[in-house]
Ligand binder design. Structure first.
Ligand code: BMA
Length: 810
């Protein structure tokens, strides 16, 4: 019998009998109801609240299936909710973990001919409440994040009941699939791939196959790897083979080398699985030193500064996630020189194709287990459910070259201080926390003894329950003093962290996103609809209030939106450049957050839909492999040079002063050879060298060898030693010229005076080669725009700091 994929032909109806719709898998409840016209589009205006009733009801998903044999198994994956599964009226399993696969023997209830399968989805809101009530005492969840209660009781995406950037739509459904297969067929349950790197010349890859062999079919496993073939007898369900690879082609993170992948094919009888394996060794190095304990990744023996961002689910509704859109988001990360993303613990373990993309693109993955900002039950049933989840996910993902680290959770340690119940009875909640954490650690190492493990993010280290939000000596930090504690951006410079896995600053989404989701009459920072698209209490006020520190306040809505993005870019640039300048003391920055789940004000650098906010354009520059940055000190400015390439490069640097009129006055020039293992000082200037109204402008060019190839590049930056509002900028009269080339448009920008953060906006989707650039008189700049649809005429508008803050209503 061939496996029957039960994709089409399902009925989805509510217990009240009001709705009855056809669906195919995968699906989520909310997108399905919206598509059928039974609910408004939740991302537009303030419609979201009107859809919560969907999750307050019980629903049924059912269909029939014809069987020609009865010794079959039902395989269910990604059942998102608390789901009672029955076949022909017989209950076969209650699936209560969206991150597990359930395999159920149907031989006692299947029949020849027609069979009825029913999946009863208990209201997720009620199921969560019932589970909370059944606990011996209350287990707190984060009320500030989650308007719907008790998400911590459910093993599903924790941001589904709301987050400080997400809708609270409580979607449920099936994110995986349902199938029926013969119980009497050999299948490969899972693989384990272990790599041993003897030296760069030789490696061995050992493959362990766990298979269920039936009637001796496939009793010998056939394995092919890198052009070699082995046979191994399956003994007690396990077969093993070792492959030696001389002169291996190593897999490297983006920016360090290529990403060659070798194919691995395993056959047991008719069962076949294929994988692509990148040969690399990723060590997570945490070594004590004079300051505390460091935190870094060493790839193939080379210490790599981790540059990246945090990944949240690609859409608030999983039924809307598409591989091509996700690929585009990840490509944007790569295009901004990122080499690591953190799959954050309040979302989901992503599908296989996500990690395949990361393997291809050289994006290392820091993978959290899916626990975030709540406390969790510690009863046996919950913990054994979690252990099964961990084993399954680790077995599924461990072979990926991209996988760099498994981390226990997001910010659970902070919750021990956050919740009054936990403060009042710390012993109890700390022990519960530790039971969960130990469960994760044990299950991880059971599934992959070689895994890199970190107990929690942020954390000062194993069994250290100190404050990794403020203490910068050890481990990874989440630096939220600027956004959540309202400190100035300079506060980033006062810390000397080892690795920062979260820090962020919000902005509004770009105007083209606002135009699609917010009606013209609601385009005001304080309108109820703008509030509805801001999930962090007080967030809009924080964005606008912070502006008053550094900028003259814009008058028009579009200018505020633009300036919010400039400000966000400057915040994150301040942090990243300051911490890159600490290399190797600090060895990584992952800002919060790469993407958005829906159109909202948030910390993301990519808009919902994938467009680049100003921050993302700035990231492409501040994450460049060779970077010069200013570290201001008392009365002096120190220029530091950072080189993240694998080899030294020769760098020339020119520093000048520039006035608002655009008059340039050279200050210094240096040429140096940039070492790779540490950031170092190349120049120091007395601040008095600058006149009252002058900024620094600096440029650099580099040349050298990288991976045996000639490599070169250039960069440039501007630095304002005083708040921008202190400068009397003048109208730069920017002139735009466009030149249509094949499938792209070349735009030339020219200015008559200094123009800051010059940003183009197109009236159709597409990608600019750069934005938020600095223009000087007589130095026109070319920017390329690649439209999504080359056949549409594109119109451009230009924004810049003078226009937004001093240009009045012009
Ligand atoms: C971090 C994250 C999220 C949150 C973000 C912004 O701590 O882990 O919980 O969305 O802060 O507040």
């Amino acid at each position: 019998m061939v496996t029957i994929e039960l994709t089409e032909g399902w009925r989805f109806f509510d217990a009240e009998g009001d709705y009855d719709l056809p669906v195919s898998l995968p699906f989520d409840s909310v997108s399905t109801m919206v598509k059928a016209g039974h609910a408004p589009e939740p991302y537009v205006g303030d419609a979201e609240a009107a859809l919560r009733w969907i999750a307050e009801r019980d629903w049924v998903l059912c269909r029939s299936v014809e069987l020609t044999q009865t010794d079959v198994e039902l395989v269910l994956s990604g059942l998102d909710g608390v789901v009672g599964v029955s076949v022909n009226g017989v209950d076969v399993v209650t699936a209560d973990n969206a991150f597990r696969t359930w395999r159920v023997d149907l031989s006692h209830c299947a029949r020849l001919g027609d069979n009825q399968i029913a999946l009863r989805f208990r209201s997720v809101i009620q199921a969560a409440e019932a589970r909370q009530k059944a606990q011996p005492f209350y287990i707190p969840y984060h009320k500030g994040n989650c308007p719907i209660a008790n998400i911590n009781m459910l093993r599903k995406q924790q941001c589904d009941f709301g987050w400080d950037w997400n809708t609270a739509l409580a979607p449920f459904g099936v994110s995986g699939g349902v199938s029926i297969c013969s119980a009497m067929k050999t299948r490969i349950a899972h693989l384990h791939v272990a790599q041993a790197h003897h030296d760069t010349e030789a490696q061995s890859v050992s493959v362990t196959v766990t298979a269920h062999v039936v009637h001796g079919e496939g009793a010998v496993a056939e394995m092919r790897f890198a052009g070699r073939r082995r046979e191994a007898v399956v003994t007690d369900g396990v077969a093993q083979a070792v492959f030696f690879i001389e002169e291996p082609q190593l897999w490297w993170p983006n920016g360090q080398g290529d990403q060659p992948l070798y194919s691995l094919e395993i056959r047991c009888g008719a069962a076949v699985v294929m994988r692509r394996i990148g040969l690399r060794r990723i060590e997570h190095v945490t070594v004590k030193d004079a300051k505390g304990t460091g935190f870094k990744f060493r790839v193939n023996g080379r210490d790599v500064f981790a540059k990246g961002a945090n990944w949240i689910p690609a859409d608030a509704l999983h039924g809307r996630i598409e591989r091509d859109k996700v690929r585009d988001l990840l490509q944007s990360a790569v295009d901004a020189h990122m080499n690591m993303i953190r799959v954050w613990g309040g979302g989901r373990y992503e599908p296989d194709w996500f990690y395949d993309l990361c393997d291809d693109m050289g994006l290392m993955v820091w993978q959290d287990f899916m626990f975030a900002c709540n406390l969790y039950p510690a009863d046996r049933a919950f913990l054994s459910n979690v252990a099964a989840e961990v084993v399954e996910q680790v077995q599924r993902l461990q072979h990926h070259a991209c996988l760099a680290l498994w981390c226990g959770d997001n910010e659970l340690l902070g919750m021990l201080h956050e919740f009054p119940e936990a403060r009042a009875n710390r012993d109890r909640y700390l022990v519960m926390y530790d039971r969960l954490n130990q469960t994760l650690e044990r299950a991880l190492f059971e599934a992959d003894p070689q895994a890199n493990w970190w107990p929690s993010s942020p954390s000062l280290g194993p069994l250290n329950y100190g404050d990794a939000w403020h203490e910068d000596s050890s481990g990874d930090m989440h630096v939220w003093t600027v956004w959540h504690e309202n400190m100035p951006f300079e506060a980033y410079r006062e810390m000397t962290p080892r690795f920062v896995s979260e820090f962020g600053f919000q902005s509004f989404p770009s105007m083209d996103v606002i135009r699609r989701f917010i009606a013209p009459e609601d385009r005001n920072m304080a309108s109820p609809v703008m509030d509805a698209h801001q999930k962090n209490a007080g967030g809009n006020a924080r964005i606008v209030g912070t502006m008053m520190r550094d900028f003259r306040l814009p008058e028009r809505f579009e200018d505020l939106v633009y300036l919010s993005q400039v400000q966000q870019g400057l915040a994150i640039k301040t942090a990243v450049t300051a911490w890159r300048a600490l290399k190797p003391h600090c060895m990584g920055t992952l800002y919060w957050q790469l993407n958005d789940t829906w159109p909202c004000a948030s910390w993301s650098s990519l808009d919902y839909g994938g467009g680049w906010k100003i921050l993302h354009h700035m990231a492409a520059r501040f994450y460049a492999p060779v970077l010069v940055t200013i570290v201001p000190q008392y009365g002096r400015d120190v220029f530091k040079l950072i080189n993240d390439l694998s080899d030294e490069v020769d760098v020339s640097i020119q520093v000048a002063a520039v006035t608002p009129k655009g008059d340039v006055r050279p200050l210094a020039e240096v040429s140096v050879t940039a070492m790779t293992h540490k950031a170092f000082e190349v120049l120091e200037l007395e601040r008095d060298l600058l006149k009252q109204d002058e900024f620094y402008v600096f440029t650099w060019q580099y040349r050298g060898q990288h991976e045996g190839q000639n490599e070169g590049g250039e960069g440039g930056d501007i630095h304002a030693p005083k708040p921008f509002k202190a400068y009397d900028l003048i109208d730069p009269h920017i002139v735009i010229e466009t030149n249509e080339l094949r499938e792209k448009i070349e735009i030339t920008l020219a200015a008559e005076a200094l123009a800051l953060f010059v940003t183009l906006d197109a009236d159709q989707p597409g990608r600019f080669s750069a934005n938020a650039v600095t223009l000087l008189p007589n130095m026109p700049q070319k920017i390329i725009f690649v439209p999504q649809d080359a056949d549409i005429n594109t119109n451009f508008t230009v924004q810049h700091l003078y226009k937004a803050t001093l240009g009045g209503a012009k």
